[in-house]
Design a protein around this ligand. Structure first.
Ligand SMILES: [Cu+2]
Length: 194
């Protein structure tokens, strides 16, 4: 007498073993969730890049870090904020262990501002929270960032690349004032906030 043949795959599984079709369904659900998250992040990156100008700076410009103080646009008398003929403002800064020179920059609101920075020694970071300004300052290169301050006020400017033992104390400030209170700064004014 032959036993009735039973398909072992059709038998109920022992406790604790999840059926293959349940696993397949769960995995498909996770794949859909991951694809949706990637899509959302991609949209955020593109939208902030276009609307808020939040993107990595693309400027590539080399400079000799050993002669910054001797000649060229980063000599001490040329640092700080300067008004341009087209009404915009250019700010030149040097990052060095453990300070930014100058330590405070006065700027007008609602005006195109271009920051140009370079490092005199090691890699530093340049960040203005609540704006699109965020870049590395690499010795030998000029970092260039364009922004426009919508709000007046004091912006803290921390170095955000670890640059040595005094890194935590490396801060500067940007003070943004109403446009009509900003005049083309004199040689002394351009390097402080008074
Ligand atoms: Cu630092």
């Amino acid at each position: 007498m032959a036993e009735p043949s039973v398909n072992p795959l059709a038998e109920p599984l022992p406790d604790g073993i999840v059926p293959a079709e349940v696993i397949a369904r769960t995995e498909k659900r996770w794949i859909k969730m991951m694809a949706a998250m990637l899509l959302i992040m991609l949209v955020v990156v593109v939208a902030t890049g276009i609307a808020g100008a939040m993107h990595p700076p693309s400027n590539v410009e080399v400079i000799d870090p050993t002669t910054l103080h001797l000649r060229g646009e980063f000599v001490e008398s040329n640092l700080g904020a300067a008004s341009e003929p087209d009404g915009s403002v250019t700010v030149r800064l040097i990052a060095q262990q453990y300070e930014f020179v100058p330590r405070c920059v006065l700027l007008p609101a609602e005006t195109p501002v271009m920051f140009r920075l370079t490092s005199a020694d090691v890699v530093h970071g340049f960040l203005l929270p609540s704006t699109n300004v965020n870049t590395m300052v690499v010795p030998g290169f000029v970092a260039e960032v364009r922004t426009r301050f919508a709000n007046v006020g004091e912006y803290a400017m921390p170095c955000h690349e670890f640059c040595g033992l005094g890194h935590h104390a490396m801060w500067a400030h940007v003070r943004v004032v109403p446009k009509d209170r900003f005049a083309n700064p004199t040689a002394v004014q351009r390097a402080n906030c008074e």
